[in-house]
Design a protein around this ligand. Structure first.
Ligand code: NAP
Length: 268
């Protein structure tokens, strides 16, 4: 019988995950199908249960349910516990395993696809929502020399920084960034979706640095600002494909090649 997977979110019509996983399945010869489920805002758990009862083997979880998915799963991975957010559910007979592949997807895109060295670099992580929560520990564990989390709502950034002991991670508001520059400036805010950008001081992008926006498929004000400052820029398409590949590996035990899918997605 064909194994079933889906992405669960609200809204979810825009999601590229069904296309990406269908390509992975075709390329690796896996007998599976992957759909999309728009759960009511108050109905995440019920939507998951209905999908499990109908034979679903696993799911991706997207906005706004990643924190609910963390609470829902019965066996969160170490990565999910650090992030306190889950984007991948694996349905076993009695347990629901939960994992977070966003951070590892980002790290792979930065290092394998973009050739950036994370070890020893200074990183500004903008935002403290689900995406930043998923990214923080993998960036620190990849050897970043220093990470500063800046967020509009400072206590959220402080709470996130406090979760990660043993690394040089601090939190601040955007106004405290004056005079500092970073090798990697990673925009994990959703400001770009509203055509906005968090207030960054001049000089925040180090010479030869990279500005990375997790938002994908559009020119955001953040990318425009970075381009004007003369640094290399990249959107989150590669992260999207790499986090999907890690989910696929968790479900199927097969690691799909991402290069062709990423190239095709960029052309679309
Ligand atoms: P979220 O949990 O809703 O968090 C949103 C963050 O953006 C918060 O830190 C929020 O600050 C900040 N923010 C929103 N509007 C802002 C503005 N006008 N100025 C300054 N800060 C603002 O969302 P999320 O799950 O973290 O997702 C963030 C973005 O990452 C989304 O655009 C999502 O599409 C993208 N993403 C991409 C991938 C990928 O694979 N490429 C994966 C995951 C997420 P406050 O705390 O002050 O509200």
């Amino acid at each position: 019988m064909t194994d079933r997977y889906a992405v669960i979110g609200n809204p979810v019509a825009h999601s590229k995950s069904p296309w990406i996983h269908t390509e992975f399945a075709r390329a690796t010869g896996q007998d599976m199908e992957y759909g999309r489920i728009e759960a009511p805002l108050e109905g995440f758990a019920r939507a998951v249960e209905e999908f499990r009862a109908a034979g679903g083997r696993g799911a991706n979880v997207t906005l706004p349910f990643k924190q609910q998915a963390f609470r829902y799963c019965t066996a969160p991975s170490a990565r999910a516990q650090l992030a306190q957010a889950v984007n991948t559910l694996i349905f076993d007979r009695d347990a629901v395993r939960g994992d977070n592949t966003d951070g590892v997807g980002l790290v792979r895109d930065l290092s394998a696809n973009l050739g950036r060295r994370i070890a020893g670099s200074t990183i500004l992580l903008m935002g403290a929502g689900g995406a930043a929560q998923g990214a923080l520990a993998p960036l620190a564990q990849a050897g970043a020399a220093r990470i500063v989390i800046a967020n509009r709502t400072l206590p959220r950034a402080q709470a996130l920084a406090a979760r990660l002991a043993g690394f040089d991670v601090t939190a601040c508001g955007y106004e405290s960034l004056a005079g500092q520059s970073f090798d990697l400036v990673i925009n994990a805010t959703s400001a770009g979706l509203e055509g906005a950008v968090a207030p960054l001081p001049e000089g925040v992008f180090a010479r030869g640095g990279l500005a990375y926006d997790m938002v994908y498929g559009r020119e955001t004000p953040f990318l425009a600002l970075a381009r004007a400052a003369g640094v290399e820029v990249c959107d989150g398409t590669g992260m999207l494909v790499e986090q999907a590949a890690e989910s696929f590996f968790l479900w199927r035990g097969v690691r799909p090649d991402t290069a062709a899918v990423l190239a095709a997605l960029r052309r679309r």
